[in-house]
Design a protein around this ligand. Structure first.
Ligand code: MG
Length: 339
């Protein structure tokens, strides 16, 4: 998509600023990750030429005003483990590395027990869960639970439906910081019903593909927290607009992660320095996923559970060209069209 559709449009349009990238690519529908990558590359080049950090630039693009935070709290997402003991052991390793928040991936059958075990081991730890939409399809929350509840919708067996709802109700008693994306990606109405039912904040992730969708979700009451991922909304400037939509409604946000290298990770730190990113995000050190990152300096969690927001121009870290060369499978150079 980058090679055939996006880069040619960018070059044909003579785009020289990050702000020009989105409009130049608007005719191509979807492909948010590819658009986000391209926008970040242009933004980085623009800001390096101007000597401005991405954090400073995003703060200026936001209507929130003020200085970007210098440090942001680190959090980590933990996958489905083989056993509850293995999960508790893994969480223990992250806690020992000073992470301030742990997010547990859950799914039907791996939910209440594991989350309760982590809660019991660390009563005061900020613990959230993320179901990745696995309690859909069908809207368990739309109907009241218990005896006398209406029959399950066609195609969804009643026992499974009750189990899902019971699990979500049980999770509601664990003092979790949030339940992320319990239902399907397109089920905003179901999430609104669940948000009315549960005391635990409901967070949306996958459906939030733009600031406009974020606004619709909040209007529906489908979420009281939003996970912002620049790569999911098509770029960091749209991510700032998502932040601003939430900020206008007093809704806190946090920065999600998508297994970025240090390039995206540095940019995520800049995004998370905006004021409504009050919840620790999936912002972990370079060593969360990589034996060696492709940027220098690598990003690390300090003893106070925070990561420094890069201050240098652009994304504020340098790409190790040798590391990219070692991993590259093909390369292509583009020439801007003569004006
Ligand atoms: Mg998620």
């Amino acid at each position: 998509v980058l090679d055939r559709h996006l880069v040619p449009r960018l070059l044909a349009g003579g785009v020289g600023t990050g702000a020009g990238v989105g409009p130049a690519l608007a005719a191509v529908k979807g492909h948010q990750m590819a658009k986000s990558a391209l926008e970040l590359a242009v933004l980085d080049a623009e800001l390096r030429a101007r000597g401005v950090s991405l954090a400073r630039h995003l703060a200026g693009a936001s209507g929130s005003g003020g200085d970007p935070a210098g440090r942001v709290a680190a959090g980590v997402a933990v996958g489905i483990a083989g056993t509850v003991d293995a999960l508790v052991a893994e969480v223990g390793r992250w806690v020992a590395q000073h992470y301030r928040r742990v997010k547990l991936k859950i799914r039907p059958g791996w939910d209440v027990g594991p989350a309760a075990a982590v809660r019991a081991a660390w009563p005061d730890l900020l613990v959230g869960v993320d179901a990745n939409g696995s309690y859909g399809p069908g809207v368990a929350a739309r109907a009241p639970a218990g005896p006398g509840a209406p029959a399950a919708p066609e195609g969804l067996a009643a026992p499974a439906r009750l189990e899902a709802l019971e699990a979500l109700d049980a999770l509601d008693h664990l003092g979790l910081s949030m339940i992320e994306q319990p239902l399907g990606d397109d089920d905003l109405v179901g999430h609104a019903a669940l948000a009315r039912r549960l005391r635990t904040p409901v967070c949306l992730d996958e459906p939030i593909t733009s600031a406009a969708v974020a606004e619709a979700a909040l209007e529906l009451g489908a979420a009281s927290v939003i996970n912002v991922k620049a790569a999911r909304v098509g770029g960091y400037l749209e991510a700032v607009r998502v932040h601003d939509v939430c900020r206008a409604r007093g809704v806190p946000v946090w920065c999600g992660g998508m297994v970025e290298t240090g390039i995206g990770r540095a940019a995520n730190l800049a995004l998370a320095s905006l004021p409504s990113f009050t919840i620790p995000g999936d912002l972990s050190g370079s060593d969360r996923w990589w034996a060696a990152d492709i940027v220098t300096p690598e990003l690390g969690v300090e003893a106070d559970g925070t990561i420094a927001v890069p201050r240098g121009p652009g994304i504020g870290v340098e790409v190790r060209a040798g590391a990219v060369d070692a991993a590259a499978t093909w390369r292509r150079w583009y020439r801007a069209a003569a004006k």
